[in-house]
Ligand binder design. Structure first.
Ligand code: HEM
Ligand code: HEM
Length: 147
């Protein structure tokens, strides 16, 4: 089960890096015009925290695995994943604590984030959630690069 956990986690890491690179290249859709400034700011902070944490989450697990000096880590039994550092008790403890804490912060942010999407859909009634569906017209990426 731990190998599965680690393999899935490393897959999340790879996908998150690709997604972040695409986000930095292509930007994001322009927010709905009706959204107040403070909400835009809060959404922006939350989104960047989510990006940071979906990378920090598996990275801290990988660091913990590396610092523990455990058996070789094989990605879905296909190939061996390099260790990030040599065994180190201090780093091991910090990485383990971080892995636990980041998870709970992430859970909290995801609940806030999903709650905000449902708030927009059911209470405000704007298109924030609906426009996530495929096939919706978006402004060209270049018009909002790195926003
Ligand atoms: C999206 C990615 C990941 C999520 C959401 C996640 C989540 C978790 C959670 C919730 C725990 C239990 C924490 C606790 O008991 O305090 C855990 C433990 C653990 N994770 Fe992950 N994990 C991820 C990726 C990884 C990766 C990539 C590795 C290693 C390569 C890893 C290695 C471990 C190990 C070794 C433990 C046991 C920690 C202990 O003994 O206290 N995790 N993980
Ligand atoms: C029920 C679950 C979820 C719903 C309904 C939801 C909904 C949404 C919506 C509607 C947006 C677009 C906001 C806009 O147009 O400005 C968005 C963006 C985003 N979501 Fe979610 N989301 C969910 C889960 C998650 C999870 C689990 C994560 C990551 C752990 C996540 C990360 C993000 C990020 C990073 C953005 C910003 C994209 C960008 O502008 O680059 N979401 N989400």
């Amino acid at each position: 089960m731990f190998n599965l956990h680690k393999s899935l986690g490393l897959t999340v890491l790879a996908l998150a890096v690709v997604r972040l690179a695409w986000r930095l290249y292509a930007g994001a859709p322009i927010p709905m015009a009706s959204i107040p400034r403070w909400q835009l700011l809060l959404a922006r902070v939350t989104h960047w925290l989510l990006y940071g944490l979906i990378i920090a989450m598996p990275l801290s697990g990988w660091l913990f695995d590396s610092a523990s000096g455990l058996r070789p880590l094989r990605w879905f039994e296909l190939f061996q994943v390099p260790k990030l550092i040599a065994p180190n008790t201090g780093v091991r403890e910090i990485a383990r604590d971080a892995h636990g804490w980041i998870f709970w912060v992430l859970v909290l942010l995801i609940l806030m984030h999903a709650g905000a999407a449902l708030y927009h859909h059911y209470f405000v009634g704007d298109g924030t959630l609906r426009r996530m569906l495929p096939g919706r017209r978006m402004p060209p990426p270049s018009s909002n690069r790195n926003s």
